[in-house]
Unconditional design. Structure first.
Ligand code: AHR
Length: 660
């Protein structure tokens, strides 16, 4: 008998229901018949923002950085190791950005001039390299037109840092009209830091644009689609909603640089590139190569929501640039185009194919409406100027689309003047759902499990739209996705669930981060160009979301909810369809706790499943090398009739699922 097996038996024995007397045992009463409220299907969702290379360089599987030569420096991401600019003795050739004549959303292309056959090369470095997998196929497309001379062939090769070739293909070029060419590379080796080398046969000048490379194996096999591994992690969360596209990115540092959804739909090559606001936000994490290609635009967001089975929740600019930056305001008399954007978005999502925007959705491949139910006005705005703008938006939206539920915001902090003012005003306006944000210490999360206990049950519903425990300080680059933060969030989340009458939507933030391209930490999911993994915080979210049940019931000790007394937090739901009672118990102390479950109607309980997420070390984290270090362990146990005793291990989130 091996060690692992022995310890498994031991764990089962400890968990097996018994009637052992124990002085320190605590008795929790679960009242199965006391249905407080229904749990909203939107209770646990995800918040997507293009921060940390989340879209370009991440979820959007494009591997070429600056494929259309539109970055502020049009050749950023493209290396010319032996151009005539660098060495007169090597290959003489050069790539030069050229502007299209006339107005265009795609401003530049690249002209390559090959003067001799000394081996000029153009190399794309990818987003901190390109992740390629042995034998996987990669689809390459480009636009090209011959200008002069006889460049008839372009060769594309994957190379590693030592310039070894890891896959090769070529295209024959014909004619001086812009044409799209397509070919495929097959990687001969797995490599996390590959680059794409482009060489040319012949001499003369050739124009290039939209040099694009995607893995063939994308989510749902869609051409030029999304990274499969990352979407799978999102899908596994079973999110109730998808909030997009941000975040501060909605607002922009200036109004001109705000997110405008209309510029993100239609043919991808015509979507105008914008500098990503996180490019320059933090001096300690400058990311000069961060731009928004909008390859994931509003159509793709709606499609992703549908794929995930999540309600789409778009957030729009309300005419206020980020108040942490310029705070630029659109005068009230000029607000109409912003409001029209919101109305048109509803038409894009839900309108019939006879309407202009419904037609556009249909042309993009989705004639059926997306059935959008929510819209957010502004991201993290505060003060009287926000309230004025919110009122104008709400009035216009409700007038035309009374069924759409409007999400408003209470500012960046969970307390203080901005928050108090915003909440008070929004309540007066009968706001339907108010978004609250909290990036606070792990202690704050443990101490605030009662935050919503006193919220008015008849007032606005709450969207805990952005939250994450910060191990050091808000936006500190030293923050960690450690077990203390995740466990504290779990403790707090029992409070969200216990208050499901008021709290209707919740989401951790930010969602995604590239190992090298991040600006903000902590984040729910980390990835590099080959792999991705869920943090302990991810597994907390997953356990709550996949065990959310349908109805809130009560779990109490001596008639009082468990909100951290002797480090124990609890919430309980039942799932009518699955005929289950589900308890969530969070033990924030190091020692285990013996719990006697006094379950009304417990005679019905026959078998149970216990899922434990735990670690003895509060500083422990998951990583690329140990992605599942902190991940759920499932233990099936048999129950005897009568009261049930369980052990809740130290520093654990324990889910007890009982079939009734
Ligand atoms: O999640 C990161 C940022 O935090 C969001 O963009 C913003 O809404 C908040 O301040």
């Amino acid at each position: 008998m091996n060690h692992k097996f022995l310890s498994k038996i031991l764990v089962s024995v400890l968990l097996t229901v018994s009637f052992i007397g124990n002085a320190q045992q605590r008795t929790l009463k679960v009242d199965v018949n006391n249905e407080i409220t229904t749990i909203q299907p939107t209770m646990y969702g995800v918040f997507f923002e293009d921060i940390n290379f989340a879209a370009d360089g991440g979820l959007y599987a494009e591997m070429i950085k600056n494929r259309s030569f539109e970055f502020d420096n049009p050749l950023m991401g493209w290396i010319q190791p032996n151009s005539d600019r660098h060495s007169l003795n090597k290959g003489s050739g050069i790539a030069t950005p050229v502007k299209y004549s006339g107005s265009n959303t795609n401003h530049n292309y690249c002209r390559v001039n090959i003067k001799d056959d000394k081996g000029y090369t153009l190399i794309n470095e990818g987003y901190r390299g390109m992740g390629i997998k042995k034998e996987a196929k990669y689809n390459l497309t480009l636009l090209a037109s011959q200008v002069s001379g006889n460049i008839n062939k372009i060769i594309f090769q994957f190379i590693d840092k030592d310039k070894n070739v890891l896959g090769e293909t070529s295209v024959a070029i014909t004619g001086n009209n812009w044409k799209e060419y397509e070919t495929q590379l097959i990687a001969t080796k797995t490599e996390a830091k590959a680059q794409l080398k482009v060489t040319f046969e012949g001499r003369g000048e050739i124009n290039l644009d939209m040099i694009s490379l995607f893995p063939q194996d994308t989510w749902k096999g869609r051409k030029r689609g999304l990274r499969k591994d990352i979407v799978q992690l999102l899908y596994d969360l079973k999110p109730g909603f998808l909030r997009f596209p941000g975040g501060c990115i909605v607002e922009g540092r200036t109004l001109a640089k705000r997110y405008q959804w209309k510029k993100t739909v239609g043919p991808v090559k015509d979507r105008e590139i914008l500098i990503n606001r996180w490019n320059t936000e933090f001096n300690h994490r400058l990311t000069p190569d961060y731009f928004q290609s909008f390859g994931i635009g509003f159509f793709e967001y709606f499609q992703l929501s549908e794929d995930l089975g999540a309600e789409p929740l778009p957030i729009l600019s309300c005419g206020m640039a980020c108040q942490f930056n310029t705070g630029e305001l659109v005068p009230m008399e000029d607000l109409d185009p912003y409001i029209q954007d919101a109305l048109d978005l509803i038409e894009f999502a839900n309108g019939s194919t006879e309407t202009p925007w419904g037609k556009m959705r249909s042309q993009m491949g989705h004639p059926a409406p997306f059935n959008m139910k929510y819209i957010g006005v502004g991201n993290e705005q505060w003060g009287p100027e926000y309230i004025k703008r919110y009122k104008a938006f709400a009035q216009a939206i409700k007038e035309k689309y009374p069924e759409i539920i409007i999400v408003s915001g209470s500012g960046p902090f969970p307390d203080g003047d901005y928050f108090e003012y915003g909440m008070e005003e929004l309540k007066k306006l009968n706001a339907e759902i108010i978004d609250e944000h909290y990036y606070r210490s792990p202690e704050w999360f443990r101490e605030n499990a009662t935050r919503y206990d006193d919220y008015d049950r008849n007032g606005p519903k709450i969207f805990a739209g952005e939250y994450a425990a910060q191990s050091v300080a808000i936006a500190s680059p030293d923050n960690k996705n450690n077990w203390e933060c995740a466990l504290s969030e779990a403790a707090f989340m029992t409070g969200l669930e216990r208050n499901a009458e008021v709290v209707h939507l919740t989401s951790y933030a930010p969602l995604l981060a590239h190992e090298e391209g991040w600006q903000w930490t902590p984040d729910l999911i980390w990835f590099n160009n080959l792999e991705s993994y869920g943090t302990p915080n991810y597994y907390v979210q997953k356990l709550f979301s996949t065990n959310k049940g349908t109805h809130l019931i009560t779990v109490t000790e001596n008639g009082t909810p468990l909100t951290g007394q002797q480090n124990l937090y609890a919430s309980a739901v039942k799932d009518i369809a699955k005929k289950e009672i589900i308890l969530k118990l969070v033990n924030t102390s190091a020692g285990s706790q013996r719990i006697l479950l006094d379950i009304k109607d417990n005679k019905m309980v026959k078998k149970a499943e216990i899922i434990v997420l735990k670690n003895d070390n509060l500083s422990a984290e998951n990583s690329f090398s140990t992605p599942a270090k902190i991940s759920p362990e499932v233990k099936k146990i048999k129950l005897k009739k009568g009261n049930t005793q369980i052990t809740v291990e130290g520093y654990s989130l324990t889910i007890v699922k009982m079939k009734i």
